[in-house]
Design a protein around this ligand. Structure first.
Ligand code: GLN
Length: 189
């Protein structure tokens, strides 16, 4: 198994480190050519969704990644990655890849509560640590989307077929179980 990690901006190194802990090989996806190499799933990290979306276009990776996801490539978006995958954004007219049937709210917790930590249940996994940094949450989901976790009544993790998203950053805690969930998801597909 080899996981591609989008490495144009944001917290990609932390994902590499978690996968390393799990004994899973990974490679950084930085340019168009990298998308031609074989990999079994893609992680889109946290960072700044507007910057990542712009860079994907400038580097001419946007359409290829969108097609790959639509063709069933497993993808895991964290925080900004969730925003990139969301079909609609409640407070932003710019959407990006738009492959997942969710409506997200950017910077949903406001300035006061920009960053916080909590522990909540994650489907089939149990209580996990959740670190939020200027995070979005999911306001609503389409009928094919399974809600995996909530925090404070808001949806913070979900899955639609080959697509997994978390509003929090599982790569910033030592707990590897959400990444294991993604790896299992790939194995079962
Ligand atoms: N606030 C960022 C955005 O809108 C996401 C923050 C993050 O990825 N930690 O893209």
């Amino acid at each position: 198994m080899n996981i591609g990690i989008l490495a144009v901006q944001g917290a990609f190194i932390e994902h590499e480190q978690i996968l390393q802990k799990l004994g899973i090989q990974s490679m950084e996806i930085r340019c168009r050519e990298d998308l031609k190499k074989p990999f079994d799933g893609l992680i889109i990290p946290g960072g700044e969704s507007t910057v990542q979306g712009k860079l994907l276009k400038e580097l001419e990776m946007f359409d290829t990644i969108k097609e790959m996801i639509e063709d069933g490539m497993p993808v895991f978006g964290t925080c900004a990655g969730l925003i990139l995958l969301a079909k609609s954004l409640e407070n932003d007219s710019r959407t990006h890849l738009g492959t997942m049937d969710i409506t997200a709210v950017r910077n949903a917790y406001g300035r006061q509560l920009g960053s916080f930590y909590t522990e909540e249940d994650f489907a089939d996994v149990g209580k996990i640590p959740m670190t939020f940094i200027r995070a979005p949450y999911i306001k609503s989901v389409g009928k094919d989307v399974e809600v995996l976790a909530k925090a404070d009544g808001n949806i913070v993790a979900a899955r639609q077929g080959n697509q997994l998203v978390t509003a929090f950053h599982p790569e910033l805690n030592s707990d590897t179980r959400v990444h294991s969930y993604f790896i299992d998801m790939i194995k079962r597909m």
